[in-house]
Each structure stands twice: as structure tokens, then as C-alpha cells.
Design a protein around this ligand. Structure first.
Ligand SMILES: Nc1ncnc2c1ncn2[C@@H]1O[C@H](COP(=O)(O)OP(=O)(O)O)[C@@H](O)[C@H]1O
Ligand SMILES: [Mg+2]
Length: 327
């Protein structure tokens, strides 16, 4: 499926890759294109270093979906992980970043090993869990958008986001096991040491629900009729290695990838200066590698985009960029 078909048919498109390669530029020009082709489109930045508002040329209040003036059917959102943390605190009555406290008396008990195991694991990438909660909200719950485009965080973050169900599974698994072991004993102790009224601890249920919803969302994310991941890169050795790792991770989780954007290419022009000439040569040899490995071997469609003279931001430039990106 090429990018224009994807933008017309899919429900989710994610853009990802190394920092500075052009993810936000690709994501926002795609979002404008989709909206102008009649799809009610939401673009969400999950990158903690947001630049979506800068790219679109409008201030985006954190956490608030904002309609983009001048583009019918386009809404943009920069998620606010901090706000989501406090929502969570309200939800469960405990802060996810606080470590579990172990009563002193427990030190004498045989299951100390398990407890240490758990308390030494602070919840994995918990701030990302809350960024992810926002993502889940737009994948799983009903909404009016035809298409949701994600401008994701650079490679490392994206990978952690995708592995959350497994990490959480492990964590929940340990808690469950421990609960079973401790169940009766803890009950007995509580009634000995507390003055009767019990505070209900629903953290386990919350985590279970979270895990289930991530797994359900992943059903959508792995369905090529619903989602596709567009990898953005530049023609440099480092970007090739990093893209290789990203592709491996995406393959591991069965996330459909059809297109790879090779951005910021020097064109073969006659009047290139010395400096540009050597950059072009460097890129050309890397581009050959990219074509051989990512296109010929892995069967990905490459979209090659030239380096523009000016910065690509705001509507007019994004439209011009979009013409190159979406053919
Ligand atoms: N093909 C291009 N030609 C010229 N400038 C570009 C091109 N692609 C991206 N840029 C510029 O590079 C910078 C980084 O792009 P951005 O999309 O913010 O990257 P990322 O989101 O991957 O960090 C921006 O200032 C953008 O305008
Ligand atoms: Mg960006």
C-alpha cells in the first residue's frame, strides 16, 4: 500500500525514527493531506520533545485536542504525560512512581525474596505508560476521527512503548503470584495491626485493565488493514543502523511497515558547491545500501525526499513537502 492509499484507508498511521530526521514534518504534512481529502483527522504527538505545534504554526495547549484553523477536519494534540500521571493518582489513590512500602515485620518472613524482587522493579517506564494511556484512548475507545496519525518519540521511546504489555505482564505476574502466597497471611496480620476498617487496594485491577487494553490495542496496531508504521530516516550510516534496529523491533511485534521515507537528500544538481557535492556523494553510497537492504531484501517501499532550501514549517511549506511525500 502506498502512502496516499494508507492515508485514505487506514485508521492509524504512526511515524517514527531517529530524532531530527523529519518525523514531525512527514506526520503533519500527511495529516493536512488526509484532512483535505475528506478524512476527519487527529494528529497526536507522543514525543516528550513536542514540535507538532511549531510545525503546524499554532500553539497547542498540552493535553488538549485543538482544531487547526484553515484546515477543515484537522485536529492536533500534544499529549501531556504529567497531567496523565495525576489522573492516574486520582484513579488509584497511589502514585505510580512511589515505590511500594514494605512493613518492617515482613523482613522476617520467607517471601522477602519476592518482595525485594518487586520493589526493586519500579514500574517500567511508567511515564510512558501514561503517554500510552492517551494513545490507547484514541485507538480503543469510540471517537469521531476517521484517521489518527501518531508523531512518535525517537526510536528508543517507541520501542519501549511497544514492549509495555510484556513488561507489565511480567510485573503483574509477579504481583499476582505474591498475592496468592501472601493472601491469607496478610489478611491475618492486617486484622492484628490495623484498627478494623480496610482500605481497598485496587492497584492490581488497574494494572490488569491497563495490560488488557494495551493488548487489545495491539490487535489493532498489528492489523495491516488498520495501522501502518512509516519509518523516517536520512541517508547516513548511523540512521541505517538505527533504522535496522527499529525495523527488527517492529517486526518482532508484527507492526505492519510498508514505507520508509529517506529524507533530506541532496539532489544531483550541476551547480552544487564542494561541500554539498561531498555530502551528496556520502548520501548516494548510503542510499545504495538502503535500496539494497530495505527495498530489495525486505520489500519496503522507499520514498525519497530532497533536502529543501528552507525550513519546512507551517501550512504552505508542509503542502509543498506533502506533494513530494504523497504522490
Ligand atoms: N526535506 C527537508 N528539507 C529541509 N528541511 C527539512 C526537511 N525535512 C525536515 N526538515 C527540517 O528539519 C527539522 C527537523 O524536522 P522534524 O520533522 O522536526 O524532525 P523530527 O520530528 O524527526 O525530530 C525541521 O526544522 C524541519 O523543518
Ligand atoms: Mg518531531
Amino acid at each position: 500500500m502506498n502512502l496516499s492509499e494508507m492515508l485514505l484507508k487506514l485508521k492509524i498511521i504512526m511515524f517514527g525514527g531517529k530524532g531530527g530526521v523529519g518525523k514531525t514534518t512527514c506526520a503533519s504534512s500527511s495529516a493536512i493531506w488526509a484532512a483535505e481529502h475528506g478524512r476527519n483527522t487527529l494528529i497526536i504527538s507522543t514525543d516528550p520533545a513536542h514540535s507538532l505545534g511549531d510545525s503546524l504554526g499554532i500553539a497547542l495547549p498540552p493535553g488538549e485536542p485543538t482544531k487547526i484553523p484553515g484546515v477543515e477536519g484537522l485536529t492536533a494534540l500534544e499529549i501531556d504525560p504529567k497531567a496523565d500521571m495525576s489522573e492516574y493518582k486520582g484513579l488509584t489513590g497511589m502514585s505510580p512512581v512511589e515505590r511500594m512500602e514494605i512493613p518492617d515485620i515482613m523482613g522476617e518472613l520467607p517471601m522477602m525474596e519476592d518482595l525485594q524482587d518487586i520493589t526493586s522493579m519500579s514500574p517500567p517506564g511508567i511515564d510512558e505508560v501514561f503517554a500510552l494511556l492517551k494513545v490507547l484512548e484514541f485507538i480503543e475507545t469510540d471517537h469521531d476521527y476517521d484517521l489518527v496519525i501518531f508523531d512518535t518519540a525517537p526510536t528508543g521511546h517507541t520501542l519501549r512503548f511497544l514492549s509495555l504489555p510484556e513488561t507489565l505482564s511480567g510485573w503483574i505476574g509477579k504481583l499476582l503470584k505474591l498475592r496468592l502466597k501472601l493472601g491469607n497471611l496478610m489478611g491475618m496480620m492486617k486484622s492484628l495491626f490495623t484498627s478494623g476498617e480496610k482500605k481497598k487496594d485496587n492497584s492490581l485491577e488497574v494494572l490488569e485493565r491497563l495490560k488488557d487494553s494495551i493488548i487489545r490495542a495491539r490487535d489493532d496496531l498489528t492489523n495491516p488493514m488498520i495501522n501502518s508504521f512509516v519509518v523516517v530516516m536520512i541517508a547516513e550510516e548511523m540512521a541505517i543502523s538505527e533504522t535496522g534496529r527499529l525495523l527488527n523491533e517492529l517486526l518482532k511485534y508484527n507492526i505492519p511497515i510498508s514505507n520508509i521515507v529517506v529524507n533530506q537528500l541532496y539532489l544531483d544538481e550541476e551547480d552544487l558547491c564542494d561541500f554539498c557535492q561531498s555530502r551528496r556523494k556520502m548520501q548516494a553510497s548510503n542510499l545504495l545500501k538502503i535500496q539494497k537492504v530495505f527495498r530489495d531484501k525486505l520489500g519496503k517501499e522507499l520514498i525519497e525526499i530532497p533536502l529543501f532550501r528552507g525550513e519546512i514549517r507551517e501550512y504552505d511549506n508542509l503542502k509543498i513537502f506533502g506533494e513530494q511525500l504523497i504522490k
